[in-house]
Design a binder for this molecule. Structure first.
Ligand code: ADP
Length: 487
């Protein structure tokens, strides 16, 4: 398939955009500057998007401010109806959206379908949840007074999203924002802006009014600067690296914005001797290799207790070796290309360092170009590079441990605290480990924990705030206290 045939696999043409979406209009950059969006598998161009000028970003912020009063006063039930219409459209265009995600990100098509469904789930949940932003009536401490607290939308919000889940990382911000009555401007990652633009197209078709949702594209630093400095913007929700997140937090301080920060992870997986072998291998496969390892909750470090070590690594190696590496657009591909060549170099660097430290390869090997094979390396030292930095690729490294205390010490020996995983059957081990591990989320006997129904978020350098569930709605609401005297 040449690139034009690959691009033509998105059959509903309005979903493959080459303009930004501001105030209900599709716009090019006023100075004509553009950026290419490339297909990670071929390197070919999928589309060319505008590198907007500062005045155009400001136009989006102003439009979001103008649209806020009417949208925030629209009954939550009406906003929910528009979100439900959007949900219908996402489901109707499921095939095209999945192919668009694979084209711009490279991930296997079966995983892109998973992302569309996961992303749609946030729209589904918040179409309902937005109607349950309930307040409180507070028993008055003195006579003649009525005290209450109500939740109100906090205003104009902005979202900065990463390339690893181009649709779902946006809908988990967009859906609660709009359901709460906020307006939103999104800046997708420059590698993968097309899913966000497709979402804008469907949002427009669903009846989201002009200015309520805009998508801006172009230079990240320019957009970040305008977003963070603007006194109109009351909220920033960011998913990306801790390094950029910290810069954005500092830049938001002078205007005291509300923040949701979903930052880097370095998830440990602890496999105890009493774990069920099949369950542990299944959990490790999905926690490590989902999205080609390019997930902030990917099991980055796998610690296995000594008695189950040999059986676990043998079965795990067979499963890893059986995975198919190749073109994401083919339905039987398990691991597609990584986002760029630098990502593959990083995986190679982690692998080389683990091998130099005495590790042995049981499956896979070094990557080349944008393709990194699914790889398993055992006998990894507990201070190896791959245990300290996010690998963000399909490389699993196994470290042996002896006691419960060793496992917890290794798991917590990181400044990050997003997700963690535990495989065991003893109730005591499970409860103790989920108590002792410092992370925002714990998966027990599973490697797949993400769902729009649960609060997703980290502790330590992994961020602040929650996405998903009723807690994700609160991130877009202010609690206003009213004291009515003289009654
Ligand atoms: P990743 O390693 O996932 O690319 P980044 O933190 O670099 O993580 O990127 C996440 C998002 O933040 C992307 O949309 C990217 O364009 C954006 N970004 C990167 N640098 C800046 C910046 N200085 N200001 C605002 N956004 C930025």
């Amino acid at each position: 398939m040449d690139q034009s045939q690959r691009n033509a696999s998105v059959t509903y043409k309005p979903l493959l955009r080459s303009s930004a979406y501001i105030d209900g209009k599709w716009l090019d950059s006023t100075d004509g500057k553009t950026v290419d969006v490339t297909d990670p598998f071929t390197g070919g161009v999928i589309s060319t998007i505008p590198a907007l000028e500062a005045a155009q970003i400001q136009q989006a912020i102003d439009a979001a401010q103008r649209a806020f009063p009417a949208w925030s006063r629209t009954p939550a039930r009406e906003r929910g109806k528009i979100l439900r219409k959007l949900l219908e459209l996402i489901n109707q265009h499921r095939d095209d959206l999945a192919r668009l995600i694979t084209l711009e990100n490279g991930k296997p098509l079966k995983e892109a379908y998973g992302e569309v469904d996961y992303g749609a789930g946030f729209v589904e949940v918040y179409a309902e949840e937005g109607q349950r932003a309930l307040g409180e009536i507070i028993p008055a401490p003195v006579p003649g007074r009525k005290l209450y607290a109500e939740k109100e939308p906090l205003g104009v919000s902005v979202a900065i999203t990463p390339w690893n889940f181009p649709l779902a990382m946006l809908t988990r911000k967009f859906a609660p924002a709009l359901a709460a009555g906020c307006t939103m401007i999104a800046k997708p990652a420059s590698q993968t802006p097309l899913a966000a633009l497709a979402l804008a197209q469907l949002a427009e078709e669903a009846g989201v009014p002009a200015g309520v949702f805009s998508v801006v594209t172009g230079r990240a630093s320019l957009i970040g600067d305008l977003f963070t400095k603007s006194p109109i913007v009351r909220k920033l929700s960011f998913t990306g690296s801790t390094e950029i997140g910290v810069q954005l937090m500092a830049a938001c301080a002078p205007t005291v914005k509300r923040l949701s920060m979903e930052l880097g992870g370095n998830a440990p997986m602890l496999i105890f001797d009493d774990a069920d072998l099949g369950t542990a291998v299944d959990a490790a496969m999905i926690a490590k290799f989902r999205n080609c390892g390019q997930s902030c909750i990917a099991a980055n470090r796998i610690y296995v207790q000594k008695d189950i070590y040999d059986a676990f690594t043998k079965t795990f190696a067979q499963r890893v070796a059986a995975m198919k590496l190749g073109d994401g657009l083919e339905m039987d591909t398990d691991i597609g290309p990584l986002i760029d060549e630098a990502a593959v170099e990083k995986v190679n660097e982690h692998l080389d360092e683990a091998l130099a430290g005495g590790g042995s390869i049981l499956a896979g090997g070094r990557g080349e170009g944008r393709l990194a094979p699914p790889t398993l390396v055992t006998n990894v030292k507990s201070d190896a590079l791959l245990t300290r930095e996010e690998t963000f690729g399909p490389l699993a490294g196994i470290v042996a441990f002896e006691t419960y205390d060793d496992a917890i010490r290794l798991a917590n020996d990181t400044p990050f605290g997003l997700a963690s995983y535990v495989c065991a059957t003893s109730g005591e081990t499970i409860h103790k480990a989920s108590r002792d591990i410092e992370s925002g989320m714990v998966g027990i006997n599973t490697g797949l924990i993400s769902t729009p129904y649960a609060p997703f978020g980290g502790v330590k350098l992994s961020g602040i705030g929650k996405e998903g569930s009723a807690h994700g709605l609160d991130e877009y609401l202010n609690l206003k206290y009213v004291c009515h005297a003289g009654l």
